[in-house]
Design a protein around this ligand. Structure first.
Ligand SMILES: Nc1nc2c(ncn2[C@@H]2O[C@H](COP(=O)(O)OP(=O)(O)O)[C@@H](O)[C@H]2O)c(=O)[nH]1
Ligand SMILES: [Mg+2]
Length: 361
């Protein structure tokens, strides 16, 4: 798809978290969101959204002329088909969007294979659903069910065969990984990786540190370039990587693909775990816990971790103290720093902490 063609209409839930996350995800691979439609119920049987709403979406599409609808929920093939046909436009559901992101970010052979495996799993569910519908399990859809039963069986067999081949290749790649890891540690330029949940502010911080002046809203131009850039720490060159980060509500079959796209964290000398500290305390606690669990599964040692409490410009000083207390975070700890990627507050302190960590490791 051409850059200029990546205009989307977003359909999501009516809460700030869903809206920000879906936008951040979509923008991270270059979509610009022309408009957002929020609905409390987006799992309705025919179109995901209600019939009346679907009609008004169709009108919006004719008015705004986006190239795709991004639907922030997992859709059944029939729902995807119905909405797509009604609005005469491609519909990308949440799973498909995440797969696109993975595909865009997969660097190593291993992660590319993992992503392809996840894509085959996405496809097989859809083909099986077609079979189910053709057996009379759903309403008749001309065109959609044009392919006969026989062809679908072959399709499923083909997918399974491709998956088996990929799994064998994966074993080979996993063995190679150890080799690369040791090679990497022999190079001299330190690597600093940014991770954290979507919309925590990773890209904003990355741009600030690596002097990228473009706006985050202009993701179209920033993120399609490289995710790794050089900067200086204590006068010495260091590499910074803006990782894919953590995504909420990840379907279990995507976890392997996700972990392998995160495997670059294993090469990092310092990992910045970026947290949106303007979030409510309960969400911060949940995200922090699950981030730390994922990092420990990836065998990232705590000694390489700096906890970056971002968006501090949105948090009142008293509120900050309360939150730290409630979350049992000791702010005087060396590995914690509260910053604002927007105002630049405490960013020099963060750089200093990175320098100290590099010097002590
Ligand atoms: N107020 C405020 N907003 C921020 C800050 N850092 C990031 N943002 C905003 O949060 C949103 C998500 O930021 P982004 O860098 O794309 O997050 P990412 O998904 O982690 O890469 C954007 O709208 C940013 O402008 C901050 O320190 N303060
Ligand atoms: Mg980002």
């Amino acid at each position: 798809m051409q850059l200029s063609e990546k205009k989307a209409l977003l359909i999501t839930y009516p809460n700030e978290f869903s809206i920000t996350e879906a936008k951040s995800l979509a923008e991270s691979i270059g979509y610009s969101i022309l408009d957002t439609i929020c609905q409390k119920h987006i799992t309705k049987s025919k179109f995901g959204i209600g019939q009346g709403k679907a009609e008004s979406v169709r009108e919006k599409i004719m008015e705004l002329k986006p190239n795709v609808i991004i639907f922030d929920e997992v859709l059944k093939p029939s729902q995807q088909y119905n909405l797509s046909k009604l609005c005469n436009i491609e519909v990308i559901d949440r799973e498909k969007l995440i797969l696109e992101i993975f595909l865009n970010r997969a660097v190593t052979n291993e992660s590319k294979i993992q992503v392809k495996l996840a894509q085959l799993k996405y496809d097989i569910v859809r083909v099986k659903e077609k079979v189910r519908l053709s057996k009379g399990g759903g309403e008749e859809q001309p065109g959609f069910l044009g392919v006969g039963r026989y062809n679908e069986d072959i399709e499923i067999l083909n997918i399974k065969r491709r998956a088996a081949v990929l799994k064998k290749k994966l074993l080979v790649e996993e063995k190679k990984r150890e080799l690369h890891r040791t090679q990497r540690s022999n190079e001299n330029m330190p690597l600093i990786s940014l991770t954290g949940y979507t919309s925590a502010g990773k890209t904003s911080l990355f741009n600030l540190i690596t002097n990228e002046k473009k706006e985050t809203s202009q993701q179209l131009f920033t993120t399609l370039t490289t995710y790794t850039r050089a900067s200086k720490i204590n006068g010495k060159k260091a590499l910074f990587t803006d990782t894919i980060g953590f995504i909420s509500k990840l379907p279990p079959y995507m976890i392997e693909a996700f972990k392998s796209t995160l495997s670059e964290l294993n090469f990092a000398d310092v990992i910045l775990l970026v947290i949106d500290f303007s979030d409510d305390t309960v969400s911060i606690g949940k995200k922090l816990k699950s981030s730390l669990e994922t990092l420990s599964k990836l065998e990232v040692p705590n000694s390489k971790l700096i906890l970056v409490l971002n968006k501090i410009d949105l948090v009142k000083p008293t509120e900050l103290e309360d939150k730290l207390k409630e979350l049992n975070i000791q702010p005087e700890m060396n590995q914690i720093v509260s910053i604002s990627s927007k105002t630049g507050h405490n960013v020099p302190l963060l750089i200093e902490k990175i320098g100290n960590m590099l010097a002590s490791n």
